[in-house]
Design a protein around this ligand. Structure first.
Ligand code: ATP
Ligand code: MG
Length: 367
């Protein structure tokens, strides 16, 4: 059997950037031979194994044939006669389809090295069209390597447009889309991912509420700002959707099956921007602010509130962030224990807490 390093590790090695994890392809072997050497098979009928010592993934060379629509319906063929070239041909981009033999020689039938030098993202073959997830992966690599000067070549853009035109994106399950979106939000230039999808017309299908030019531009600006900071997925996602009306943003976050923290923060960011948009030239009214603090559950979720204001600082309403912060800080200082000691009970205690908070907010907002 012959063993080759493949995919991202070869690409990143040649780019001179740190290699995260290494994937290997094994040619001329059977599952039995692998197990005999101590490899552990992952999954029942998938020819992927884990190295007994390093835990790295070793896949038997395989070909994939598309049978139906969407991601399901791939048949995998793996046998000792599958060549390395056949395995590389089913991969997405030429820069991801290079292999390095244990002895160091590069196997590069699709000229990935040239594309690497020319900073080009190019599909390996027409088989690219068999998996619509590759559109999202390509946009994500464009986002990752944008600072290095990489762009998607015209042929690949055209092929992706064709795929989208024939309705391929509709067959992706939300979980797979979310996984790519989540990763894209943490790439080097997250906005490039969404720009590519917008340009391809993919956003009309995946996040139609965001496709409108004004909302899109505003969302991208907010994302650009928040992604220069050490921010969470929830902050990045909510910044992206920050120009949408709250009901639309919430519905999209749910439809995309984003995790709860993303849904919650998106809802809050949009609730706040909807509210703040009324006060572009004036100060915020204390009563309404207290109500918004209640919505955000500032009292029990101070860290989330912190995430919220940091995201708001990336929207057109950033002038309100200073007052929001100082009012929140003062209002949070109200001690229910103190008021309890003073003899307030039950409903009266609730009212006293409220009045005290309102007083402090008013004071914090006074010029
Ligand atoms: P990363 O640095 O994000 O790990 P990677 O290129 O290693 O990048 P992986 O998702 O780890 O990406 O996949 C490993 C390799 O498998 C890729 O380089 C590519 O050759 C191939 N690959 C993964 N997913 C697909 C896909 N959906 N279609 C075609 N080839 C794929
Ligand atoms: Mg990888």
């Amino acid at each position: 059997m012959d063993i080759y390093l493949v995919g991202g590790a070869v690409r990143d090695g040649r780019l001179g950037i740190p290699v995260k994890d290494r994937d290997w392809v094994v040619v001329g072997a059977t599952p039995e031979a692998m197990k005999h050497r101590g490899f552990r098979q992952v999954g029942a009928d998938f020819p992927v194994f884990l190295h007994p010592k390093t835990g790295e993934e070793y896949a038997l060379a395989r070909t994939e044939r598309k049978q139906g629509r969407g991601y399901h319906g791939f048949t995998v063929y793996s046998a000792p006669d599958v060549t390395l070239e056949e395995d590389l041909k089913r991969r997405d981009l030429t820069i991801n389809a290079m292999a390095e033999h244990e002895d160091g020689t590069l196997v590069d039938p699709f000229n990935g090295l040239t594309d690497l030098a020319q900073k080009t993202l190019r599909h390996v073959s027409e088989a690219f069209a068999e998996d619509p997830l590759r559109i999202l992966r390509t946009a994500r690599f464009a986002a990752r390597f944008h600072p290095l000067g990489f762009t998607i070549c015209a042929d690949t853009m055209a092929l992706m447009r064709e795929m989208i035109g024939s309705g391929e994106l509709q067959h992706l399950v939300p979980e797979r889309v979310w996984q790519e979106v989540q990763r894209a939000l943490h790439e080097q230039s997250p906005t490039v991912f969404f720009k590519v999808l917008h340009e391809l017309g993919a956003l009309d299908i995946l996040m139609p509420e965001l496709a409108d030019t004004e909302r899109f531009e505003a969302g991208l600006q907010a994302l650009e700002c928040i992604s220069t900071q050490n921010s969470t997925t929830a902050q990045r996602f909510s910044a992206l959707l920050s120009a949408l009306p709250e009901p639309e943003a919430r519905a999209r976050a749910i439809a995309m099956k984003s995790p709860n923290d993303c849904r919650d923060l998106t809802r809050l960011v949009c609730l706040f921007t909807d509210w703040l948009s009324q006060y572009t030239d004036s100060t915020l009214p204390p009563e309404a602010m207290l109500e918004m603090f209640d919505h955000a559950d500032l009292w029990r979720r101070p860290e989330r509130f912190e995430q919220l204001v940091t995201a708001l600082a990336c929207t057109p309403y950033k002038q309100h962030v200073g007052p929001l912060n100082s009012a929140a800080e003062s209002a949070r200082d109200v001690s229910p224990q103190e008021l309890l000691k003073q003899g307030f009970k039950g409903k009266e205690l609730g009212n006293a807490i409220r009045n005290e908070r309102l007083g402090r907010i008013t004071l914090a907002l006074a010029p």
